[in-house]
Design a binder for this molecule. Structure first.
Ligand SMILES: Nc1nc2c(ncn2[C@@H]2O[C@H](COP(=O)(O)OP(=O)(O)OP(=O)(O)O)[C@@H](O)[C@H]2O)c(=O)[nH]1
Ligand SMILES: [Zn+2]
Length: 342
């Protein structure tokens, strides 16, 4: 999949490699003294950063980075900061650089004046953990499909995390995602303990994972178990948001004890996907993507697309039963992209 940095604003200084050569121009000082940092949270124009030296610092965007959604600095971004990077009270550093993103999770606005405008929510995460309860509240397959589309489009690996398996059998829900080969984790409450937590820990260790899920699915329960202290408005969380996680209205990166980051997102209500193209989604499926090289130009690969090579692949038996199921699942995601979220 093509790398997408989430902006085409030339004022945003994005370098292919943090250690690579930086082009110098007269207009833009190179900021050779900039310190590397990770964006942990964003709160009313203030960026909560952790420098490579491990110092929590508050920063603001330097003017030369530009304004508006196209030059946004988001949670997970790797940035360069100058100025006061001591982290002392009431100091403010300046973000002068955003490194090239390895992934960009985005959503587009669905209605109102900004309809269709896409924005990046989280940068540089490897996986999207879609937290869904098997019951109470009932799982919402269409919402899960939409999260999958967002993950594939972002260049992130999706993972299903099915909670409350003590209340319902995970098998029927899991079967919906079999053909797509989405990895799944299953947790439950037994004797006041979360079962399945070790597998979740293992899956998240050393990686940067975004956790997404509706209110009530047990995401907070999970985050609190994974990140000791995450639920308290003290310690690192206080440093991150300045207020405590529950009042935060945007994503926040929490350090996992064994290494890696869990990026908690506020309850999702909708996930606009109008920015995702059929080919962008197809690129996440190597096998289907290879077959579709024979499609007519501009093929939408949908069930009603004329002469779609994916139909021939199934019709002449090359796909086999598994391939046929996979195509049907791919097309379900394609359709979910344009459906209204439920
Ligand atoms: N039976 C059962 N209940 C669970 C499980 N996990 C969480 N719960 C319960 O489900 C309810 C919702 O859990 P939360 O962790 O608050 O859910 P959330 O998704 O963070 O929801 P918000 O806090 O509203 O965003 C709580 O009463 C939990 O105790 C589980 O595996 N099984
Ligand atoms: Zn096609």
């Amino acid at each position: 999949m093509a790398r997408d940095t989430g902006t085409d604003d030339s004022r945003v200084r994005i370098r292919p490699n943090p250690k690579g050569n930086r082009p110098r121009t007269k207009k833009r000082p190179a900021f050779d003294d900039a310190v590397g940092a990770l964006v942990l949270g964003v709160d009313r124009g203030r960026y909560h950063l952790l420098t490579d030296e491990g110092v929590p610092v508050i920063g603001m965007k330097a003017r030369e980075l530009g304004r508006g959604s196209r030059s946004a600095v988001v949670v997970g971004d790797r940035v360069g900061v100058v100025g006061d990077v001591s982290g002392a009270k009431d100091t403010l550093a300046r973000i002068v650089r955003v490194e090239e993103r390895t992934s960009a999770l985005r959503r587009s606005a669905e209605d109102g004046e900004t309809a269709g405008v896409e924005r990046v929510i989280v940068a540089n995460a490897d996986q999207l953990v879609i937290v869904t309860a098997l019951a109470d509240p009932e799982p919402r397959p269409r919402m899960v499909d939409r999260c999958l589309v967002a993950a594939y489009d972002a260049g992130m690996e999706p993972v299903l995390c099915l909670t409350k398996a003590d209340l319902a059998d995970p098998a029927p829900f899991l079967s919906l995602y079999e053909a797509l080969e989405v990895p799944a984790l299953v947790t439950s409450f037994v004797d006041d303990e979360i079962r399945g937590l070790d597998a979740v820990r293992e899956r998240l260790a050393g990686r940067t994972s975004v956790l997404i899920g509706h209110s009530g699915v047990g995401k907070s329960t999970l985050v609190n178990a994974l990140v000791p202290g995450a639920g308290r408005a003290t310690g690192i969380v206080n440093v991150v948001t300045g207020r405590g996680r529950h009042t935060s209205s945007s994503a926040v990166a929490l350090p996992l004890p064994g290494g890696g980051w869990a990026i908690d997102t506020p309850g999702v209500r909708s996930f606009g996907l109008s920015h995702v193209s059929p080919d962008g989604l197809l690129a996440a499926f190597d096998d289907l993507h290879a077959i579709a090289q024979d499609c007519p130009r501009g093929c939408t690969h949908a069930a009603d697309a004329p002469d779609c090579a994916l139909d021939e692949w199934v019709a002449d038996g090359r796909a086999g039963a598994a391939g046929e199921a996979r195509l049907a699942s791919f097309r379900r995601l394609l359709a979910a992209k344009t459906e209204a979220a439920d």
